[in-house]
Design a binder for this molecule. Structure first.
Ligand code: HEM
Length: 276
């Protein structure tokens, strides 16, 4: 289904590619050098405090991450090329071409080294369901992006929504983001925003949407990406538990998740390829 048929925004504000790399034998110095060359002219997000400048976003930005194998969890959709990967390179750019070029280059290098690359693609969009008041609640106090030293951990949450979700009219869909109250105005369920509210101050969050419409095979409807400090790892887990609690957050009745992939951010290709 296309966003326009769902009362959702049709605007695209940027592109992201999540390149999950599997490379059993690790890599050598030569491969590390070649990966560093791929990123030349782009901004390494690992060192950046705050959001991107217009110029950096136009040229493309990258973040290298190494898998935190023990933290990754399998959810409903089995996807070993993601869950068993050794690392991730997250790319973002105002246009697709520069980061597609990086992806092609990386695939050539990793294939030649005997590994493989699995790509999840998404587009950035303005929010569709969010009022001014919800912006104040859920985004105005949200944690801005920070460097890897400050927020070393990251989690990726690919997911689909079911056909039943996409067939609901938008007022019904929108209602899942808000708390629900009974006839005496007592809170009955928290809904998405309240169930996850404890994550607002300490978790930096980004979301991309499927590039070719929702409910389309071959692409997840959404890929979430979250960065946080070690001390907030428990908060992130509690937020996920709150969202997955179908009593407090009935939206999740309509969600099928891919693996919840965890990694830690690294600065250089040498660190990215280093054996654990
Ligand atoms: C940390 C606190 C969080 C808050 C306050 C929050 C709040 C919101 C709000 C208000 C929206 C509606 C956006 C719109 O207008 O389009 C939204 C969408 C969404 N959020 Fe969260 N969220 C949080 C964390 C998470 C987490 C941890 C996940 C993990 C998977 C997640 C997944 C999503 C998805 C997939 C959507 C798009 C849903 C759709 O359009 O059907 N959120 N969130």
């Amino acid at each position: 289904m296309q966003p326009a048929d769902l009362n959702m925004t049709t605007t695209v504000t940027g592109h992201q590619l999540f390149l999950f790399v599997t490379l059993d034998d690790g890599g050598d110095e030569e491969l590390a050098g070649a990966i560093d060359v791929l990123g030349e002219g782009m901004e390494n997000v690992d060192g950046v405090d705050g959001g991107p400048s217009e110029e950096a976003f136009a040229k493309g930005r990258f973040q290298l991450l190494r898998a935190e194998y023990g933290f990754t969890t399998q959810q409903q959709i089995v996807h070993p090329a993601v869950s068993e990967s050794d690392g991730l390179i997250r790319l973002e750019c105002a246009t697709l071409e520069p980061i597609k070029g990086y992806e092609t280059g990386l695939r050539t290098l990793i294939d030649a080294a005997g590994g493989s690359v699995e790509t999840l693609a998404g587009v950035m969009r303005p929010r569709s369901y969010t009022s001014h008041a919800m912006t104040e609640f859920a985004y105005a106090h949200a944690m801005p992006p920070g460097p890897g030293e400050k927020f070393p951990l990251a989690a990726v949450t690919p997911m689909n929504k079911t056909d039943a979700w996409w067939q609901m009219d938008f007022l019904h869909r929108e209602s899942f983001f808000l708390p629900r109250y009974d006839e005496n105005e007592e809170l009955v369920v928290k809904g998405h925003a309240l169930a996850s509210a404890m994550g607002v101050p300490g978790i930096n969050r980004r979301l991309v949407h499927s590039p070719d419409g929702y409910g389309v095979p071959g692409n997840y409807d959404f890929v979430g990406y979250f960065e946080f400090a070690e001390k907030d790892a428990t908060v992130f887990r509690e937020v996920m538990a709150g969202l997955r609690d179908k009593v407090q957050n009935p939206e999740w009745k309509y969600v099928l998740e891919g693996p919840e992939w965890w990694g830690h951010r690294v600065r250089s290709a040498a660190e990215f390829l280093a054996k654990p």
